[in-house]
Design a protein around this ligand. Sequence first.
Ligand SMILES: N[C@@H](CCC(=O)N[C@@H](CS)C(=O)NCC(=O)O)C(=O)O
Length: 201
Amino acid sequence: MKLYYKAGACSLSPHIALREAGLAFEIEAVDLPTKKTESGADFLAINPKGYIPALVLDDGTVLTEGVAIVLNIAAMAPDKKLAPPAGSPGYFKLVEWLVFIATELHKSAGGLFNPAMPEEGKTMVKGLLTRRLDYVNQTLGKGPYLLGDSVGIADFYLFNVFSWLPRVGIDPAAWPNLVAHSTRIGARPAVQAALKAEKLI
Ligand SMILES: N[C@@H](CCC(=O)N[C@@H](CS)C(=O)NCC(=O)O)C(=O)O
């Protein structure tokens, strides 16, 4: 399997999931402005959507969309219990979290990196993000992880997106339960290995 990624971007979530799952994989960086991969390949020929993450499975299938990718990774390593069993009540809570992170946190926070976004737009998005993060902070007070006692793919995705806040001018200290969650996830050996492989530490 090969994961196409950009250091520190939203591909960090599937990168961590692959390491937590103990699966065999390679990573290849993508230069997003030119759509060229590290080895000189045309990334648009791999993922016509032009964005990372993209995971090429061993049978050649190209899977895109971070949520689909991490659900597939969890399904490939059921013994690691990175997701509740498909179809169980816990599974639908997991999907609820993944969709919330993708649509309410990732895309909002991601937009703040765009230098073309006007200041009024940034203020509006930061207000929205603040309300969403208040909710996550409150929920995390009830259990160490998003689904309670069991760590999994939603926690890695949340860790990934939360790590962007200082870079977009938001002080994470406003959400102590989220900071504690991020510290807890960041200390995991698989997470440290992913950060090292992406040259982030
Ligand atoms: N809907 C996609 C969005 C992925 C995405 O936002 N990727 C960003 C980096 S975090 C990207 O590659 N942007 C470059 C582009 O859109 O050209 C997903 O959830 O996986």
